[in-house]
Design a protein around this ligand. Structure first.
Ligand code: ZN
Length: 260
């Protein structure tokens, strides 16, 4: 077994623990359809920001454990690959739309909602889409979910948005943002008031321990497939890239605090 963190071997351990600890997994459509009442449940969220082939690998690992999760795909040339999306659907997972339309239209709400509708339509030509989740670009000044201060996603046949439709005072939110589980470097991936894990989570092993204890009834885990790798070379490259990005983000976080 590999001791490197954020590898597919480690992710496999996590999947195994989820099943062994007695948790069931739900997609966001399933969770929202039950009005967020499901117990002993883990909702796995995957934001596919780049490298969609990693998402497919992750989907297959989950599928081998009978786990269902939700993959939020960005709508851009490198990520939006219909064949890959189809394959993920065929492994039993849900596809959602990872929208970034306020970034794309530089904060023009009217244009943004038009782009939203068009892009959603493109997703729906491939598969059913009932949930959406905003993409958070730390270097953009817009927050994509703000679109819903002007418009209603339910008008587009959408039943929920993880940033807006979940009470994180009830659902424990764990995110691998910045390849850490303690979200110190998170600029946009913030969910407001949250319940906190009892112990500090420094590694995926700590997350595995927490899941194994099975004390928490509802857990949402965000894992970005591109941050998980299956070879040492890819792991190292990702680590270097992430550390460079974290330096940039640390500056942004500091600035954000100063301006408060
Ligand atoms: Zn994203």
């Amino acid at each position: 077994m590999s001791n490197l963190d954020f590898t597919f071997a480690k992710y496999t351990d996590l999947c195994e623990t989820i099943v062994d600890a007695g948790y069931s997994t739900l997609t966001f459509t399933q969770f929202f359809s039950l009005h967020n009442t499901a117990r002993q449940v883990i909702i796995l969220r995957h934001d596919v920001d780049r490298k969609p082939e990693r998402a497919l690998q992750m989907a297959k690992i989950e599928n081998s454990f009978g786990i269902r999760s939700t993959y939020y795909f960005r709508k851009n040339e490198n990520v939006f690959k219909p064949a890959m999306i189809n394959e993920i659907v065929n492994t039993g997972h849900e596809i959602g739309y990872h929208y970034e339309v306020l970034d794309k239209t530089k904060g023009d709400y009217e244009k943004a909602i038009t782009v939203f509708e068009m892009e959603l339509q493109e997703f729906r030509q491939i598969c059913d889409v009932k949930t959406i989740c905003m993409h958070g670009n730390p270097f953009s000044k817009w927050v994509n979910k703000d679109l819903w201060t002007e418009y209603k996603f339910t008008d587009f046949g959408i039943i929920g948005e993880p940033y807006l439709s979940i009470d994180y005072k009830k659902v424990l939110y764990l995110t691998d943002t910045s390849r850490r589980w303690n979200s110190k470097f998170s600029v946009k991936d913030v969910v407001g008031a949250t319940i906190k894990p009892k112990e500090k989570l420094n590694s995926t092993d700590d997350v595995i321990k927490l899941v194994n204890e099975a004390h928490t009834e509802q857990i949402c885990i965000l894992a970005h497939p591109e941050r998980w790798s299956d070879s040492f070379g890819a792991w190292l490259k990702e680590l270097v890239w992430q550390n460079t990005k974290n330096m940039g983000k640390a500056i942004l976080v500091k600035r954000a605090y100063k301006s408060k």
